[in-house]
Design a protein around this ligand. Structure first.
Ligand code: M6R
Length: 616
């Protein structure tokens, strides 16, 4: 939550800062601000509540003086409402110092009391201003920005990435991180900082992730990284694999529209290089150690939100293929339930951003308890993969829309590859069965392309439903998490009450919700899989139809059993039952987007949300 950018160099600083904020706006969009050290040597800043465009318009009308050192921030409010005064940067030391912050300084109350007693005043309700005032106080005491910064950072508790500039040190940005992301971009005669590489990918592909409890100093000439005690540390550099254009809308009306059409590539790129015709080889799993795959007795998938539904889908397949008990836990519940973890437990985290605090904490907890950990992640250099024993990156490309779409299908794909590799090593699937599943995976991108053609049909459906107060979603087996995901997409994008249910639960309560005209999406399993499951879902459709539901079935081509009972049928191509979820979710993604769009809502930046939830 919150996007941060820092720049020192000869470019138009404001252009770099605003571009970096634009590409990170998905991290938080309730206010934004910038501060620069001008070429005249003074510090100037501007900040505005509302989306970044409000700040841009303000700066167009009231430009800051040009400078070559600057910091920028886009906010998701934690302490204090999203109003101008609470936006970052926060100034201190008589306006000579500016600080921006992502996270929560948990001991802010104690520091604030001290600062009040020392005679300082506060303008905002934020924890960040408390940090800035402490830093300013220490600069005045020590007479040295770097020393003061190190002292301040060592006082902060909680989760923080902070960046600070001081007009008496004009070519310098100081930064520190604890439980919150920070990456460095290396340029030629210039350097960058960001919450993620999107902040500077337009200018450099050379990056490094800053480790836990490390401080960074950037100047145009160089970058130094130390621990909180000031001891120099080496950072691991990496090359950013995608271009700035990948995080542009590229002519699409929204990032979400673009990202849904990238579903096929997300699957294809995640599979690429990890399979032959008859075998799966994820080289990255080697870091788990030779016998881990053979010795694993239990797999726990941990994630939040959409990523947890990807885990729920994959749990069915991995358990069946590898014959290992697999359970899915919400990250924020996992570590508070004192789970039984042994060295034979494999904890697989699933996170698009790789920065979700709940998931990061759950991974750390699992490691402390002796589990091996694998990170399924879409963001290079993020904290969760860096701290895990093994990383399987999903190659969905940057996902900018706050609602996750292509990352979801890529997560299921990566988990399926992992499940197949476990089955292969443990001998629980034959070579023929592995080959058949690989071929299913490889055929998915083409099949998703076919599903995408239903877009106009769904748009029409969505237009009819703008007044619906609630929409329900039903599914069984792997279709159940798809029902949950369909409901989540609709809630977060269209602000419509939506619930997903296991179809088998209907008669245990939810059927009471069915009334005349109630729209219900039903994910219908293939009759070519378990005939029993298929006929049970058809019976469920009859039961809700008899009570007045308006049924929209998502069913495979040629499934005629649903026709007499469904008001609408959305067709998906034939696939093995385990692979159907990756097809069935696409119409639900499109539906949520189209309904939100028909209601005139911002599909990329829904209210109250942020893409990367970096606070607990
Ligand atoms: O970055 P992560 O995958 O860890 O994020 C997990 C959830 O916060 C995320 O999937 C969230 O539910 C999305 N808004 C769903 O569209």
């Amino acid at each position: 939550m919150c996007g941060i950018v820092g720049y020192v160099g000869q470019k138009q600083t404001m252009e770099v800062l605003l571009g970096g904020l634009k590409r990170q706006e998905y991290r938080g969009y309730d206010s934004a601000g910038v501060a620069v050290i001008t070429d005249g040597g003074s510090l100037e800043s501007a900040k505005k509540s509302g989306k970044l465009q409000v700040l841009v318009d303000h700066l167009t009308a009231h430009p800051l003086t040009a400078g070559h050192t600057g910091i920028g921030h886009t906010r998701w409010a934690t302490h204090g409402a999203p109003v101008d005064v609470n936006a970052h940067p926060h100034l201190a030391d008589g306006g000579k110092l500016a600080m921006i912050h992502n996270g929560i300084i948990e001991n802010f109350a104690e520091i604030k009391q001290e600062m009040l007693e020392a005679g300082h005043e506060f303008l905002s309700e934020t924890d960040t201003e408390v940090g800035a005032v402490l830093l300013g106080h220490l600069v005045a005491q020590t007479g040295d920005f770097r020393t003061a910064f190190a002292q301040a950072v060592n006082r902060f508790e909680g989760a923080f990435t902070v960046l600070a500039i001081h007009q008496d040190s004009p070519d310098l940005i100081l930064a520190a991180r604890h439980n919150s992301p920070l990456v460095i971009g290396f340029g030629d005669g210039e350097n960058f900082l960001g919450s993620d590489v999107a902040a500077f990918v337009e200018y450099t592909h050379h990056a490094a992730a800053v480790g836990q409890d490390q401080m960074v100093a950037i100047t145009p000439e160089g970058v130094t990284v130390t621990d909180f005690a000031g001891k120099a540390v080496e950072v691991e550099r990496f090359e950013i694999e995608w271009d700035a254009s990948a995080s542009d809308k590229g002519g699409w009306p929204s990032f979400m529209a673009k990202e849904i059409t990238e579903n096929p590539d997300a699957v294809a790129n995640t599979v690429r290089g990890r399979v032959t015709e008859t075998a799966v080889d994820i080289p990255e799993l080697a870091t788990l150690g030779a016998d881990t795959i053979k010795n694993t007795q239990r797999i726990i998938l941990i994630a939040c939100g959409t990523a947890s539904y990807a885990g729920q889908v994959a749990a069915y397949a991995i358990e069946q293929w590898a014959r290992i008990p697999v359970e899915v836990q919400l990250s924020h519940e996992f570590r508070y339930r004192d789970p039984v973890i042994t060295p034979q437990t494999l904890v697989v985290s699933i996170s698009q951003s790789g920065e979700t605090m709940d998931t990061l904490m759950a991974v750390r907890y699992a490691m402390e308890k002796g589990a091996k950990t694998v990170s399924i992640c879409n963001t290079q250099g993020a904290t969760i993969p860096r701290e895990s024993d093994a990383i399987v990156y999903t190659h969905a490309g940057p996902e900018v829309a706050v609602a996750s779409t292509k990352a979801f299908v890529a997560q299921i794909t990566a988990l399926y590859l992992l499940g197949l590799q476990f089955a292969q090593v443990r001998g629980t699937l034959s070579e023929k069965e592995i080959a058949r599943n690989i071929s299913e995976l490889q055929s998915l991108p083409g099949k998703i392309e076919q599903v995408l053609l239903v877009g106009p049909e769904i748009r029409q459906l969505a237009k009819w439903m703008t007044e619906s107060p609630a929409v329900l979603f039903l599914g069984r087996h792997v279709g159940f998490p798809i029902a949950l995901e369909g409901a989540l997409k609709l809630k977060e994008l269209a602000y419509i009450h939506a619930e997903g249910f296991a179809a088998g639960e209907l008669k245990h309560g939810p059927i009471a919700l069915i009334d005349h005209g109630q729209p219900v999406f039903v994910v219908v399993p293939s009759p070519r899989g378990s005939a029993e499951i298929h006929s049970k879902v058809v019976s469920n459709i009859q039961e809700i139809r008899a009570r007045g539901a308006r049924v929209i079935a998502i069913a495979e081509q040629g499934d005629v059993a649903v026709l007499p009972y469904a008001d609408e049928v959305i067709r998906i191509p034939l696939a093995d039952p385990f692979f159907e979820p990756i097809l069935a979710v696409v119409p639900l993604q499109i539906f949520a987007m189209e309904l939100a769009d028909a209601k005139g809502l911002d599909v990329d930046q829904p209210r109250n949300l942020a893409k990367s939830v970096t606070v607990e």
